[in-house]
Design a protein around this ligand. Structure first.
Ligand code: MIG
Length: 652
């Protein structure tokens, strides 16, 4: 049962697509303080809170404070309150009470879940204008399912997008890309796509290609296509200001860029230097920008990633001027403790400066609205621009799309990746813990940068991370400029990497099937084990194991030098300890705690009782997977009991 409560005059976000009638009564569970703009609930000792999508910390969100304020945040530390997304849906559960809540408001919202006061859950609004949906159901899965129904079906990528993708900031030329593919192919390591980061563009201009680095790009795309490799260019939110650049000129002519209060276009800066931001919230601007993707679609490109769409701002012309003006005050001074830090703050305030987000306006549904009021809708509407364009321009074919920034609603147009993590062991765990929260909020096609984006990876870190990454729909190895290169072929134990990648391909019939069922039935692809074992106390505290689809549980290793780990089995299960898709041992294990060994190259998968896991033979491209040759690992069931979803993988 879903009830809707309306506070103030909410700005439409288009995240809910099914009509829910407004409820007459008072909001249940929380106490409303209209004056303070807050809701509060006293949490029982037994209370747990799940959801909120892409955030730091554990699966149970209790004990910290999270702020929905989409941010270009390169340090995913425990203390951070905001990352790139706002996905304001959570489930509260204690021994007597259980409900889900979706707080639909495009501005800043704080979820203080026992941070200020250990037993108090407060939701604090900057503007108390919100549609709040309260969902009750028989269990968490049921609550999530009802919620997902009202926000509409999740985005479905082409099936090849379940293959492995290699990325780097940046492959600097067509030859570098060729070399990557050659190396993978020579070694017989699977790969389906190579990503193009910002340097493929001509001076970071969206929808252009640098023809010194990528001469004859059209033929290069064809050449890669002939090898069944997809090239996936990045698209940034800012449009370079440059006379003669068609995208800039059309944007000016069509009045598609965001403007300041005085009507001037906002001048901000990102990669290309000074840019304008398209007003993705404005329908005609969205259509215009969306149609620009056609420039690349027409060259045979069939996948994109949208970046910097919080939006990230290096500086605005206005704030930079303020800084330069005030810097004068410090010149020649003997800087002491206060003035030195004031000076440091001034200079350090330049990028992603909060006041800059109040400097410009959108035309949204016929109204002029200051950016900060609708801040969290920006990336969503960039993805929507692309998604709507693909529906118009490629009506018969699925196009890969995922974004960095998001809001609920964007899950209908694309997936997300989890942004700039680091080559840290703790970030494998973060990746594990983010996946179920993303499943709850509809972002099914998601994943993190495997191996870690910033900082230098190590061979063992990359291997352990990959052993989890093979279960995430978006399966991409990506790393930052200036860090150690981390393509799999650069390391010593190439055979093990090849085997683990091969296992991914062997799992694709299952993963794709479970993914599509999750889309069609509004289910989670990743589930904390406690969701299915609500009365099992040990399961409640298990935050580093997940169910992936209906048949399996994974228990990844995320500690350096570990040769195994403790695994909690909420029921009897069948362990598959994989060294490769065809080389694995099996063991039936009882409910309870077990120390399970797993060498660096071994992947632990547990098949649930009454379920089956289909396995294909490894292939080097998704298209080569032989569906007529599947074997099944069954535990107390027959292979016929497994419902294998499959389709052509490309048509809509
Ligand atoms: O400020 O395009 O999260 O994946 O490699 C960095 C360069 C801009 C941030 C993205 C990252 C990408 C990088 N971008």
């Amino acid at each position: 049962m879903i009830r809707k409560y309306v506070f103030g005059t909410p700005i439409e976000t288009d995240s809910v697509v099914e009509k829910v009638p407004q409820s007459e009564g008072a909001l249940p569970f929380f106490e409303t303080d209209e004056g303070a703009g807050s809701l509060t609930l006293t949490m029982d000792r037994s209370a747990r809170v799940y959801g909120l999508g892409e955030t730091v910390r554990g699966i149970n969100k209790r004990g910290y404070v999270y702020i929905s304020n989409n941010s270009d945040e390169p340090f995913h530390l425990e203390e951070k309150r905001s990352l790139y997304a706002s996905q304001n849906f959570f489930v509260y559960k204690d021994k007597d009470t259980m409900f889900g809540m979706y707080v639909d408001t495009p501005g800043r919202v704080t979820f203080d879940i026992g941070y200020s006061e250990i037993n108090t859950f407060s939701i604090i609004f900057e503007d108390f204008d919100a549609d709040i949906y309260v969902v009750e159901g028989s269990d968490i899965t049921d609550i999530v399912r009802q919620f997902r129904k009202i926000i509409g079906k999740s985005y479905v990528p082409p099936k090849w997008a379940f293959g492995f993708g290699q990325c780097r900031w940046s492959y600097m030329s067509a030859d570098e890309v060729r070399e990557v593919v050659d190396r993978y192919d020579e070694l017989g390591m699977p790969i389906d796509s190579v990503y193009l980061d910002i340097d493929y563009m001509e001076r970071y201009k969206d929808f252009t290609v640098d023809d010194e680095r990528f001469p004859d790009f059209d033929n290069f795309v064809k050449e890669m296509k002939a090898r069944n490799i997809h090239l996936i260019p990045i698209i940034d939110a800012g449009v370079k200001i440059e006379d003669g650049y068609d995208v800039y000129e059309e944007g000016v002519k069509g009045d598609f860029f965001v403007k300041k209060e005085n009507g001037d276009r906002l001048v901000a800066a990102v990669w290309p230097g000074k840019v304008h931001f398209p007003d993705f919230l404005k329908e005609d601007a969205r259509k215009w920008f969306g149609d620009k993707y056609k420039v690349l679609l027409d060259k045979g490109i069939d996948g994109f990633w949208n970046d910097m769409n919080e939006p990230a701002i290096f500086y605005t012309e206005d704030h930079l001027q303020e800084v330069f003006d005030r810097i004068e005050d410090y010149k020649g001074k003997n800087l002491d403790i206060r003035s030195f830090f004031a000076f440091k703050d001034l200079v350090g305030s330049i990028d992603n400066y909060p006041e800059d987000y109040k400097r410009f306006y959108h035309e949204y549904k016929g109204q002029r609205i200051r950016h900060d009021k609708v801040h969290n809708l920006f990336g969503y509407n960039m993805t929507r621009a692309a998604g709507e364009s693909f529906e118009r321009n490629e009506p018969d074919k699925r196009i890969l799309m995922f974004s960095r920034s998001s809001y609920i609603g964007a899950h209908r147009y694309g997936g997300i990746w989890c942004g700039d993590n680091r080559s840290w062991w703790s970030h494998i765990l973060l990746n594990i813990q983010q996946m179920p929260a993303l499943s709850m909020t509809g972002f099914l096609y998601s994943g993190a940068d495997i191996g870690g984006f910033s900082a230098d990876t190590t061979e063992d870190l990359l291997m352990r991370w990959t052993e989890f990454g093979i279960f995430t729909p978006l399966f991409r190895n990506h790393s930052a400029e200036g860090t150690r290169r981390q393509e799999y072929y650069r390391f010593t134990d190439k055979d093990s990497f090849k085997n683990i990648l091969g296992l991914r391909y062997a799992l694709i019939p299952y993963l794709y099937s479970e993914f599509m069922k999750a889309v069609n039935n509004y289910d989670m692809l990743f589930k904390p084990i406690c969701f299915d074992y609500p009365d099992d106390e040990m399961a409640q505290d298990t935050e580093d194991q997940l169910f992936v689809g209906e048949s399996i549980m994974v228990a990844p290793i995320y500690r350096q030098n570990a040769t195994g780990r403790y695994v909690y089995l909420p029921d009897t299960m069948k362990l598959l300890r994989f060294r490769s898709a065809s080389d694995y041992d099996t063991e039936i294990m009882d409910k309870g705690y077990h120390y399970v060994k797993a060498d660096l190259n071994e992947v632990l998968v547990f098949v649930r009782k009454g379920h089956a896991l289909p396995l294909a033979k490894p292939a080097v491209r998704v298209d080569d997977i032989d569906y007529s040759d599947l074997t099944y690992e069954c535990f107390e069931c027959d292979k016929e009991d497994y419902e294998l979803y499959s389709d052509d993988g490309i048509s809509r």
